[in-house]
Write a protein that binds this ligand. Structure first.
Ligand SMILES: [Fe+2]
Length: 254
């Protein structure tokens, strides 16, 4: 209980400091983030930023990913999780200096400060999901269940994740869904206690999830290639149904 309370206070404190910093002339432009956006994340637990990555950067990431993934496939198979139509490659920061450079991105560093009061370095992950109808050297088969498809919370603490959309993400190709503001609902307290005890993310049962969705609604975190999505995964969230298409996302876990 103490940890949950302390983390809430710390989060409010650093988000307010971040907002004050953004009143410094030109800083907001330099950091590419605005006070209202910090407020939006604090209240809703997510934010979309459109066209954050230009096509040149997207191409650079694509090329670099192919190299980094083949390196991982050859030497570090324990960094890979796979099932039909789903691939997840972890800790890519150790395999690619180009991908590692996202650790130095000023917007991301500022967001990390606003969450934790620290400039944390992220774990970098890549996920590829497909219906199996697209030819791919990465993975066999088509996706029926995505990783993390059950409604869950990742932590009792505020947990910053940034999704870099490498392809368009629509309702058809399984976006992450979030229940905005759900982290402030007392109904999740017992789940946060479970997270503390089990030291892992915790599935939230169907009845509770339904209550929260009815109360706050649910938002599919869709977007176009080049958009980024900032999410606090202390809120209830899950990977949506994958109907068709394919999807590539680079994830920064702070
Ligand atoms: Fe999650």
């Amino acid at each position: 209980m103490y940890s949950i309370f302390f983390d809430k206070i710390k989060f409010i404190f650093f988000q307010n400091i971040a907002k004050v910093l953004l009143t410094v002339p030109h800083l907001s432009n330099a950091l590419n983030i605005h006070k209202s956006e910090i407020d939006f994340i604090k209240t809703n637990g997510y934010l979309r930023k459109k066209s954050f990555l230009c096509s040149k950067v997207l191409n650079e990431i694509d090329l670099e990913l192919s190299k980094a993934i083949s390196k991982v496939l050859k030497n570090n198979k324990n960094e890979i999780e796979a099932k039909p139509g789903n691939l997840r490659v972890k800790r890519l920061q150790y395999f690619s200096p180009i991908l590692r450079k996202f650790s130095r991105n000023t917007t991301f560093n500022f967001l990390s400060f606003s969450f934790y009061g620290l400039f944390k370095k992220p774990n970098i992950l890549f996920t590829y999901t497909t219906d199996g109808k697209h030819s791919s050297e990465l993975i066999d088969g088509g996706c029926s269940d995505q990783f993390a498809f059950e409604p869950h919370v990742d932590s009792f603490r505020n947990y910053l994740k940034i999704l870099l959309l490498l392809e368009d993400v629509e309702v058809e190709n399984g976006p992450t869904y979030i229940v905005p503001s759900s982290m402030n609902d007392p109904i999740l307290l017992s789940n946060y206690k479970d997270v503390i005890i089990n030291k892992s993310n915790t599935i939230v049962d169907e009845k509770k999830s339904e209550i929260l969705v009815n109360k706050y609604g649910k938002v599919p975190l869709t977007g176009k290639a080049g958009d980024i999505i900032i999410i606090n995964t202390k809120n209830l969230h899950w990977a949506g149904d994958f109907i068709s298409g394919e999807r590539k996302i680079l994830w920064l876990y702070y």
